[in-house]
Design a protein around this ligand. Structure first.
Ligand code: NAD
Length: 499
């Protein structure tokens, strides 16, 4: 029987749900050693959403010890690859089977539309685990060229204990981007989800155990960054930190690694991605790409197309088309309503930060084309309408800072050279795009934009086969694709002499 996803269906599910907020160590859900908890407030209505265990140093020590023990026993690392694949495929299937529950938990934590949590976040989490499951029995090692009396095996071996530290904007998606390749490679993982979004991480761990992942291979410690995240990144028995979050905290993570055991780090950080539109572009396609690229997930997307560089003569026409797409397609409403396209911002403090940045931008001389205001305040939730602002220059704070809200900044340009210069005039290098009907120019500009992904005449297209990550202060290391496996492995040479 297919479910009919109505507002009433989700309201009933919400009323019947008591989310679990414990920490997950050695295959068991437990409390923090201190017994402390904190209350997660629901962004959709400002009401208490869940009580979450506030982990600390002792919990991190226990989780790392459990992960190390699991790695040492080899129950997972040395498992027959086809058996490893079966466990991970079962896990992906369990994520699909429990997708409604996971979607609701994701929406309780993040305020994103529950149908997006279901059809995008939960679906992609399952697909990601399946993608890396399939890799378990398809990766080969190498034999290096040697003389006839020798054999040199070049083995790709797992690193050991991986600390994964993740943000709140796409919790399940980003967590599975790390769990998939790290586990397929044979590592153990201690995951520290963002304190705003713990609920789905805990359920993912329970489902992994149900699928047959041995105890200790995947642990979750909930709590604050300064407490759990820092303790994990400073831990002497963690071999690598796979981090996604702000550039500011990414720099701290590198410092923690340098101060302790030189653990490796991979950093997926912030962005201020340019989308360049030339006058010869298909403006309808460009407007749709900009609006969805910037406003989807309420702009809480690291690679959101937040800087629109538009050839001067088309600025007004393009902004009018963006408004049209936004009004017609990007419905801002209650996250449990199935027709909602964008929901609430993550928390009260973030709402204040986004509105504060808009005010500062206006004081500097930016012009509001539309939106960018608090709406639906009567719900108690944290909603901001999609907004477009024309910046006085690329120096303006609206053009430079990562706002992480549904705010688009428009900067006019006159020449191709200027467009490329402005596109690259940022500390970030996560993504970018160019819209033009001149394919020579499209390829010239896409080569010159310094970013990990550049789209031509589209935005935000990807599959698990395409690597994702940044240049410059957007970090280094790639999530997704077969290349992500390399991050969680090292090469080991085994040289044999034939006697
Ligand atoms: P954040 O940097 O504040 O937090 C990220 C994680 O780090 C959280 O789990 C947090 O608890 C933890 N943390 C905070 N302080 C810490 C410390 N001192 N030591 C160790 N861990 C600590 O980021 P956020 O606000 O959760 O997420 C938004 C940011 O993430 C944005 O900058 C966004 O661009 C970035 N992001 C990047 C990507 C990408 O793939 N490049 C994807 C999503 C989000």
């Amino acid at each position: 029987m297919t479910t009919e996803y109505t507002r009433a269906y989700w309201e009933k599910a919400l009323a019947e749900t008591t989310p679990k907020g414990g920490i997950y160590i050695d295959g068991k859900l437990t409390r923090a050693e201190t017994g402390l908890t904190f209350t997660r407030i629901r962004p959709m209505d400002g009401k208490p959403g869940a009580e979450i265990a506030r982990g600390g140093q002792a919990d991190v020590d226990r989780a790392v010890a459990s992960a190390r023990k699991a790695f040492a026993t080899g129950l997972w690392r040395k498992k027959d690859p086809s058996e490893k694949k079966k466990v991970m495929v079962r896990w992906a299937e369990l994520i699909r089977k429990n997708a409604d529950e996971l979607a609701l938990l994701e929406t309780i934590d993040t305020g994103k539309p529950v149908m997006a949590s279901l059809n995008v976040d939960a679906r992609l989490a399952a697909d990601c685990i399946q993608y890396y499951a399939e890799m378990c029995d398809k990766l080969y090692d190498e034999i290096a060229p040697t003389g006839p009396n020798d054999r040199a095996l070049v083995r790709k071996v797992p690193l050991g204990v991986i600390g994964a530290i993740t943000p709140w904007n796409y919790p399940m998606i980003i967590e599975t981007w790390k769990l998939g390749p790290a586990l397929a490679a044979g590592n153990s993982v201690v995951l520290k989800p963002a304190e705003q979004s713990s609920l789905t991480a805990i359920r993912l761990a329970e489902l992994a155990s149900e699928a047959g992942l041995p105890d200790g291979v995947f642990n979750v410690i909930t709590g604050y960054g300064e407490e759990v995240g820092k303790a994990l990144a400073l831990h002497m028995d963690v071999d690598m930190i796979a981090f996604t979050g702000s550039t500011e905290v990414g720099k701290l993570i590198m410092g923690y690694a340098a101060q302790t055991n030189l653990k490796r780090v991979a950093l997926e950080l912030g962005g201020k991605s340019p989308l360049v539109v030339f006058a010869d572009a298909n403006l309808d396609a460009a407007a749709s790409a900009v609006a969805w690229g910037c406003f989807y997930n309420s702009g809480e997307t690291c690679h959101a197309s937040t800087r629109l560089l538009a050839e001067r003569g088309i600025v007004d026409a393009l902004v009018a088309k963006i408004k049209d797409v936004t009004d017609r397609e990007i419905t801002l409403a209650h996250p449990l309503d199935p027709s909602t396209q964008i929901g609430a911002l993550i928390e009260d403090a973030h709402l204040g930060k986004v509105l504060g940045m808009v005010d500062a931008g206006l004081r500097e001389g930016a012009k509001r084309a539309f939106g960018g205001e608090r709406v639906m305040a009567e719900t108690g939730g944290y909603y901001v309408s999609p907004g477009v602002f024309i910046a006085p220059s690329n120096e303006a704070s609206l053009a430079r800072q990562e706002i992480f809200g549904p705010i688009l900044t428009v900067i006019p340009f006159d020449t191709e050279e200027e467009a490329v210069r402005l596109a690259n005039d940022t500390i970030y290098g996560l993504a970018g795009a160019v819209f033009t009907s001149d394919m020579s120019r499209a390829h010239r500009v896409s080569e010159d934009i310094q970013a990990g992904t550049v789209w031509i005449n589209t935005y935000d297209m990807s599959t698990f086969a395409t690597p994702f990550g940044g240049f410059k202060q957007s970090g280094f290391g790639r999530d997704r694709s077969v290349h992500a496996i390399d991050k969680y492995c090292d090469y080991k040479t085994i040289w044999q002499r034939f006697l």
